[in-house]
Unconditional design. Structure first.
Length: 115
């Protein structure tokens, strides 16, 4: 069983920056792909960014050039720096991690961008 605990997020004005982090409880084995998804009110959860064990990153077109995902492998932690935030980035951000073919989710952290 893997627990993912998110931190960061909050309220920021448009154009501002926030950083979210997520740490996985499992330390005996390396988590595979880790990433961030988001869900805005009334919308489906969508991919924001992922990063593999090898450091390969993937971003949603809507955040390319503004968000940067990174990992601290020794700590089983994934971070995401979010710059030039827009009101449409407002959502609950969920951390995900894959281990042994199973996807685990965090409880989410709220990111609110005011105009």
């Amino acid at each position: 069983q893997v627990q993912l605990v998110e931190s960061g997020g909050g309220l920021v004005q448009a154009g501002g920056s926030l950083r979210v982090s997520c740490t996985a409880s499992e330390s005996r084995f390396s988590i595979g792909v880790m990433g961030w998804y988001r869900q805005a009110p009334g919308k489906q959860r969508e991919l924001v960014a992922t990063i593999t064990n090898g450091g390969t990153t993937n971003y949603a077109d809507s955040v390319k050039g503004r968000f940067a995902i990174s990992r601290e492998y020794a700590k089983n932690t994934v971070n995401m720096q979010m710059n030039s935030l827009k009101p449409e980035d407002t959502a609950v951000y969920y951390c995900s991690g894959t281990l042994a073919g199973r996807v685990y989710w965090g409880r989410g952290t709220q990111v609110t961008v005011s105009s």
